[in-house]
Design a protein around this ligand. Structure first.
Ligand SMILES: O=C(CO)COP(=O)(O)O
Length: 126
């Protein structure tokens, strides 16, 4: 089965997400991708990836990804959080990260850990 990956980035981390996804774009084309609204829009427009877009994070997108995950529909979450900027939907962010821990789903919250997760998944797909 194709890896099912959720991609999410806070505003100041979106350029990092695009750069990260560009490095793995061939691998990601072979994955089933979902993303929060604005992140997903950029992945589609700038990299031509096929992405199921949820609502934007602050209006429930993180919760939608969390619900997919709870239903067993997500294998891995790449969530580039901005630790320096308060977010109005902090409870939703915590709920998603908690759901990853509850369901033992890998959750990379910075670029370095995202590289480890994506390179590992990519090597399994080769
Ligand atoms: O806020 C987010 C994650 O908490 C991301 O949402 P967007 O991708 O819609 O900006």
């Amino acid at each position: 089965m194709k890896p099912r990956i959720a991609l999410i980035a806070h505003d100041k981390k979106k350029d990092d997400m695009i750069a990260l996804a560009a490095e793995y774009v061939d691998f990601l084309r072979g994955c089933t991708l979902s993303a929060t609204g604005t992140t997903g829009g950029r992945l589609i427009n700038e990299l031509g990836l096929e992405v199921t877009r949820m609502h934007s994070g602050p209006v429930g997108g993180d919760l939608q990804i969390g619900a997919q995950l709870v239903e067993g529909e997500i294998d891995c979450v790449i969530f580039l959080r901005d630790p320096m900027t308060p977010q109005p939907h902090e409870p939703d962010i915590n709920a998603l990260v908690r759901a990853c821990d509850v369901h033992n789903i890998p959750c990379a919250t910075n670029v370095a850990s995202a590289h480890l997760v994506l390179s590992q998944l990519q090597s399994k797909a080769d």
